[in-house]
Write a protein that binds this ligand. Structure first.
Ligand code: PEP
Ligand code: MG
Length: 597
């Protein structure tokens, strides 16, 4: 027995550096999530193995058929035959003779592994069908993708695919996770995640914060370094993942985890205290949510209201569009739980890194610069109006505000406001109650909007600065690309100048300005933002206590001087060093615990 133990080779500890996405430390076991983006190797096979590959393919088809039948029966029983119909369509894909024989013929000819051939054939079908004029055929694309991924999973022998299959607590390791993957993690067994790609403000990273699980993105090679079941530490504070940690590393991290959690608990003691600066200035400190399920966390962390409700998630992980009533119920539920504080509902911000399965939106070269957010809503007034009606109806039950994402100029803002007015008139005619004084705001997240904020300020009741996008557009740095993450600099003088312009222009028109991008939760920069005159901060609920700690420790008069000095500096590095020095002086415990120094 003892000998056997000795024989066990100790696995080498591997330390990977990535980008911190959500704070906290977790020690646990890895769960490899299969992802279609994993390269499927183009491997030659010997001629005599061709038949074996065909058998593998046929086995995978029959395994998939069994799986789909089981789901079909379960859904029919639990939700009715109607809801299970979609799986009938999936079965039809599996029995498609043309597709099956094309794979087998190609396999015999090319002598490559069946997974490679299958994926090539399937991709061809997807491309052709996506371009079809026939709506029915276009709608089959998502069925083909779903079934194709199942077959592929069975071919490759990946044990896990869907997050809903996860049966015990684990750290999810993936090449990437889509926002719709993360939306499925709610109340699941995922205790942390670590991915190869992604940036600090990708929606995957943002979702990790609202799930309150530590996360690191952009680790580049985590999927090849950690196997299913590997022991892993995720350090979401420093942005690191340690695979096969030594006893010594585990001991160090266990202590650090305890210290960090104690500090977070300590911060929560100020939950019911006001976000007021030492010389009396009050700040609105709100939280961002993605789903109505996030509301308890908003209340638990002492945020005063919701500064950004990202409504895209209601549209995700489903085949149809949410109805007006469904949206109305969701918004009303949130409004009623947050009253007397307010909830800012952002209208649908589709696109960028958030795609919805209901829309076969054409692939774009630059999705963040493409057909997204308000541009999409103005092109689809039916969808936009349904959402606005739901928001207005819900406004009767609490204190709601509405804001439009990605406004880039005056015409766009006026068009959105005109549609809102139309919907209000319709409701008025039908005597459906709504808040006639509901505040309307514009997100300022495009440099053109920031630079014309003097004009836009005349048309709305407030601004909310979306720094996640504003920074990527101002600095020309894709927010989800880990390769250029070093250039994604919130402390860049260009960003500070844009923010100052927005705040000054808004105040000149007597409207208030909030910030709901991740920069609002960057403790290094809180003093500068306070000094620039920001009226409202809206961050992930878990960050709220940290920001409150800084607000309560600072004087507005001092913060103004700090902002002035920061604006005079010439580079992001200089601003950051100066900001860290200031925050370290004022609240050293934040610096040690949150910034890890
Ligand atoms: C932003 O861009 O800063 C923002 C809050 O919106 P989103 O992250 O959803 O794009
Ligand atoms: Mg945005």
């Amino acid at each position: 027995m003892g000998k056997n133990k000795q024989k066990k080779t100790r696995l080498r500890e591997i330390v990977l550096k990535g980008i911190p996405a959500a704070p906290g430390i977790i020690i646990g076991n890895a769960y490899q999530l299969y992802d279609e983006k994993f390269a499927i190797p183009r491997k030659k096979i010997r001629a005599k193995l061709t038949e074996r590959e065909i058998t593998r393919f046929k086995n995978a088809l029959s395994e998939t058929r069994q799986e789909i039948l089981a789901i079909h029966n379960k859904i029919s029983k639990e939700l009715g035959v109607e809801k299970a119909r979609i799986f009938g369509a999936h079965l039809m894909v599996l029995e498609d003779e043309v597709l099956i024989s094309e794979v087998i013929d190609k396999l015999r000819k090319d002598k490559l592994t069946v997974e490679y051939i299958f994926w090539q054939v399937l991709k061809k079908y997807i491309t052709v069908l996506s371009k079809s004029d026939d709506e029915y055929l276009r709608e089959r694309v998502s069925d083909i993708k779903d079934v194709g991924q199942r077959i592929l999973k069975n071919l490759i022998g990946a044990k896990h695919h869907s997050l809903s299959d996860l049966r015990k607590k684990a750290i999810v390791i993936a090449y990437d996770l889509s926002p719709s993957d993360t939306a499925m993690m709610h109340r699941g067994n995922v205790i942390a995640f670590a991915t190869d790609i992604g940036g600090r403000t990708s929606h995957t990273a943002i979702m990790a914060k609202s799930l309150e699980i530590p996360a690191v993105v952009g680790l580049e090679t985590i999927t090849s370094k950690a196997k299913d079941g590997s022991h892993v530490i995720v350090d979401g504070n420093r942005g690191m993942a340690i695979v096969n940690p030594s006893k010594e590393t585990i001991r160090k991290y266990t202590n650090e985890k305890k210290r960090f959690e104690k500090f977070e608990k300590h911060l929560l003691r100020s939950k019911n205290l006001p976000a007021k600066m030492l010389d009396g200035k009050s700040i609105e400190l709100a939280a961002n949510i993605e789903l109505p399920e996030d509301v308890p966390s908003v209340l638990a962390h002492g945020a005063k209201g919701i500064g950004l409700y990202r409504t895209e998630y209601i549209y995700m992980n489903r085949k149809d569009l949410p109805t007006e009533n469904e949206q109305f119920e969701a918004y009303k539920q949130v409004a009623m739980k947050i009253v007397p504080n307010s909830v800012i509902i952002r209208t649908l911000d589709l696109g960028g890194d958030k795609f919805l399965s209901q829309f076969e939106v054409p692939r774009e070269m630059n999705p963040f610069l493409g057909w997204r957010a308000i541009r999409f809503c103005l092109a689809k007034p039916g969808i936009f109006k349904t959402q606005l009606r739901a928001i207005l109806r819900a406004s009767h039950y609490g204190k709601l505000k509405v804001m439009y994402p990605m406004i880039s100029g005056l015409e766009e803002l006026r068009k959105a406001n005109a549609i809102l007015k139309e919907v209000e008139d319709e409701l008025r005619k039908k005597s459906i109650p709504f808040d006639k004084n509901m505040e309307v705001g514009a997100m300022i997240e495009v440099p053109s909007a920031a630079l014309t904020s003097d004009v836009l300020a005349k048309e709305v009741n407030f601004f909310s600065i979306g720094t996640n996008d504003l920074i990527q557009y101002a600095l020309a740095v894709d927010r989800v690309n880990e390769k250029i993450a070093y250039l994604y600099e919130p402390a860049h003088p260009a960003v500070l100048r844009l923010i100052k312009t927005i705040i000054d222009n808004a105040h000149r028109e007597n409207i208030w300005v909030g910030m709901c991008g991740e920069m609002a939760g960057d403790v290094t920069l809180t003093l500068i933002l306070l000094g620039l005159g920001l009226d409202e901060f809206s961050t992930s609920p878990i960050i709220v206590p940290e920001i409150k700690r800084i607000i309560r420790a600072a004087k507005f008069s001092e913060a103004k001087k700090i902002a002035e000095k920061a604006l005079s500096l010439s580079s992001s590095k200089e601003v950051e060093a100066f900001a860290r020095e200031q925050i370290k002086k004022l609240v050293p415990d934040i610096t040690i615990q949150v910034l890890g120094q």
